[in-house]
Design a protein around this ligand. Structure first.
Ligand code: PBG
Length: 311
């Protein structure tokens, strides 16, 4: 009876797996703050994507971990940079069977770790960054990425990247806008996952956790600029923002269950303090209940396999 009257159900196709692909490693490298997650080689990434497809996961989101970084994040626009190489490698093999998506942001590629290029005074230069994002978008689209995840939180980034894609004929490359992206403590483990060199914080471009209306405003601006999908991030602590955006949006609304959300559950579970499997399922149900059509989660494969077994 309970199952029959359940208002929310999560399906494997609603899950997207974020994956890290690193340059210059021969074996997958465990990420200590994210037990069970690794920095992949191209080959191990391919095996992981195969698993995701077999489990019915909706798509994968790729992050690159380069060996060399510089002030402008040159590796992000180099067609042979690790993210573009991994995208080409995986899209060629699996582009018909899954949706290969890419993170579009400079922070993994800059030596200062910020999401954009810096002005002379050391602050992030919003408008100069937009041109770097446009170049990055073209490189990713040419490598075969089907959805570009614009996660840098620069003002005007969606319109700028859309115009560049259209001018180059990439009419079918979609934009996932990380619209309401908050400056949270929950990205901590991700910094290890991408060998981040960030000192300081992202408070000049990511949002204040205190602001709910502003999250909705950011999403509506991105939709007006041409976003195909909008996202709220992190997920669990921002379900109010997610519900607001879901109520107002006429494009799909996604949520990102981020590294810190993953790490907290795994750490408590490793200590025997929490019922891990129950909490993971409950967290995904709650994110869907609040209005997410799709959830990016590091548990995507495991959860999709479980859901398949229950059907
Ligand atoms: C930016 C980006 C970040 C995450 C996804 N894209 C880091 C940040 O904005 O500081 C975090 C994801 C996570 O914590 O799981 N490239």
């Amino acid at each position: 009876m309970r199952r029959l009257v359940a208002e929310t159900r999560v399906h494997p196709a609603q899950l997207v797996l974020p994956m890290f692909v690193a340059e210059g490693i021969d074996e997958p490298r465990p990420i200590s703050s994210m037990p069970g997650q690794v920095q992949h080689t191209l080959d191990s990434a391919a095996r992981e994507v195969e698993r995701a497809i077999a489990a019915g996961v909706g798509g994968v989101m790729l992050f690159g971990v380069p060996t060399a970084k510089d002030a402008v994040g040159s590796g992000a626009t180099d067609p042979d940079g690790i993210l573009n190489r991994a995208t080409r490698f995986l899209a060629e093999r699996f582009g018909d069977a899954t949706v290969v998506q890419t993170d579009l942001c400079l922070d993994e590629f800059t030596d200062h770790g910020h999401c954009g290029v810096l002005a002379a005074d050391g602050s992030v230069d919003n408008d100069a960054t937009l041109d770097r994002y446009a170049d990055m978008a073209l490189a990713q689209a040419e490598a075969g990425s089907q959805i570009l995840g614009l996660s840098g939180m620069m003002d005007g980034q969606v319109a700028h990247v859309r115009a560049a894609l259209d001018a180059a004929g990439h009419l079918d490359t979609a934009i996932l806008a990380y619209s309401a992206k908050y400056a949270t403590a929950l990205y901590g483990p991700f910094r290890e996952a991408v060998d981040s060199s960030l000192t300081g914080d992202r408070k000049t471009y990511q949002q204040d956790p205190a602001n709910r209306r502003e999250g909705l405003r950011e999403a509506l601006l991105d939709i007006a600029e041409g976003a195909d999908i909008v996202m709220v991030k992190p997920a669990s602590l921002y379900l109010d923002v997610l519900a607001d955006v879901a109520a107002a949006s006429d494009v799909p609304v996604w949520a990102y269950q981020v590294s810190g959300e993953y790490a907290m559950v795994e750490a408590a579970a490793a200590n025997g303090w929490i019922d891990r499997d129950r909490l993971i399922a409950e967290s995904l149900t709650s994110i869907a209940r609040a209005g997410a059509d799709v959830v990016l989660t590091y548990w995507a494969i495991e959860q999709a396999e479980l859901m398949g077994a229950l059907r």
